[in-house]
Structures are given as C-alpha cells and as structure tokens.
Design a protein around this ligand. Structure first.
Ligand SMILES: Nc1nc2c(ncn2[C@@H]2O[C@H](COP(=O)(O)OP(=O)(O)O)[C@@H](O)[C@H]2O)c(=O)[nH]1
Ligand SMILES: [Mg+2]
Length: 221
C-alpha cells in the first residue's frame, strides 16, 4: 500500500496463447499499452509493465476516499508456441521480481476464454505452472479472469447459467481458488463505470487475502 491517500495494486495476467491476456490488461488499465491481436503464434515473448492513471472514487478506508493505481504485468503465454514451460516460468519470475520485488504481487489473474471448455489436461498443466511460478500459496493469490464473455452472452448464457453448465474441471479449479473469478468482455472498449466494478471485485479478493502480497525472488540457476 502506498501513501495515505493512495493505494497501488500489482497484478499479473497469466494463461494460454490468444486467451486475451494483453487485451484484459488493457481493459484493467483503461489503455492500449499492450499489443493485442489475432495471431497464429504466441505474440508476447517478454513481459511488460503497464500502469494506470490515478483512479478516484473506487475505495474508501477509514471513511476516507483513496485513489487507486493499478499496475499490470503482461506475460508470454503458457503454453507458448515458441518457448518451453521453463523459459516462460523464468521470464515471468524474473519480471515479477524486477517490477514487484519490493512491493510484492497482490493478485495473479489466470486468463481463460469463457467460450472454450477447460479440459482436464490443460487445467492440470496450468495449475502446475502456477504452483511452480508462485509457490505453494498460489491459490491465495490467484483469481480466474474469463474473457470472450461477449460470445457466451451472445449464446444466451448469463454468468450464473454459464457456471451452472460448466465442466467439473472448471468448477474444481474455481473452487481451488476460493471462487475468485471475474468476467470481462474485451471486445468493446471498457467504460469507466464497468472498469470500476471490475476493480472493486479485484480489491475485494485482495481484502479477503488480508492485503497480503507475494514476494518473488529472482530464480537461482
Ligand atoms: N470477442 C472477443 N475477443 C477477444 C476478447 N479478448 C481478446 N480478444 C481477441 O483475442 C485475440 C487475442 O488477444 P490477445 O490479448 O492478444 O491475447 P493474448 O495472446 O492472451 O495476449 C485478439 O484478436 C483480441 O482482440 C474478448 O473478450 N472477446
Ligand atoms: Mg499477449
């Protein structure tokens, strides 16, 4: 937490190729800092940090209004079309240590496409990757961020109906991260009010975890 009238939250977006990690980062920051486009191969091969402006009227503490600043680390995908799991893990780990080494990470956002079913193998590989990257307490510091919700809405699913019809693999993943999830449509540019709702949800997850941060160190090779 920064100064008395301001708070900064440090987030990282993680997940598979073309799931919308960079687009989600842009939605959270209210910017277009991260390169995001359709591609037959993984676009991002290094991490980059994006920062929001001061956002007011989001949080109050002890009756006082605090301004919020959001920092998002965009990462290469795992699985990646050109990098091994170890390469992605080491790239992300050193970027986390470099950017959030002193203040720590508040929340990792595992980005999943809501319009594609989550298969058991994919879920296992992803959770193993998160555990290797973030350590044994990864579940306390992870929330699922569903993208492509424009497509599930078009197909007639509300958020409740979507979860009601979800696979046991997805439900068990959501249960393991203590039902911390948000839905995001990156198709249209996010408006201020929608972003405020999403950021309040993320702040609630961070509060549920008693504002703890995960401190990451450079990997030993
Ligand atoms: N319809 C739709 N397309 C999305 C959404 N999020 C991302 N995309 C598209 O998916 C493609 C990949 O997005 P990108 O952010 O580059 O994915 P990344 O590889 O995970 O960083 C781009 O063409 C995006 O416009 C979404 O919520 N809805
Ligand atoms: Mg990307």
């Amino acid at each position: 937490m920064a100064g008395s009238n301001e708070m900064t939250i440090n987030l990282v977006v993680l997940g598979g190729t073309q799931t919308g990690k960079s687009a989600a980062g842009n939605s959270l920051l209210g910017s277009s800092d991260f390169e995001s486009h359709l591609s037959p191969r993984s676009v991002t091969t290094c991490c980059s940090l994006g920062r929001s402006c001061r956002i007011s009227r989001i949080i109050r503490r002890n009756g006082c209004e605090l301004a919020l600043r959001v920092r998002v680390l965009d990462t290469p995908s795992y699985p990646h079309s050109d990098l091994s799991k170890e390469q992605v893990r080491d790239i992300v780990r050193s970027a986390l240590a470099h950017h959030f080494g002193e203040e720590g990470l508040h929340l990792a956002l595992l980005v999943l496409r809501a319009d594609l079913p989550l298969c058991p193998d994919e879920s296992d590989h992803t959770t193993q990757f998160l555990q290797e990257l973030l350590g044994p307490t990864w579940k306390d510091f992870t929330a699922v961020l569903f993208t492509h919700t424009d497509k599930t809405e078009e197909a007639g699913f509300s958020e409740e109906e979507y979860l009601h019809s979800a696979s046991s693999t997805l439900l068990s993943l959501l249960s393991s991260v203590q039902h911390k999830y948000i839905f995001l449509n990156n198709q249209k540019s996010i408006i201020k009010e929608e972003r405020a709702i999403v950021l309040r949800k993320l702040l609630n997850f961070i509060r549920q975890n008693n504002y703890q941060v995960l401190l990451l160190q450079h990997s030993k090779k």
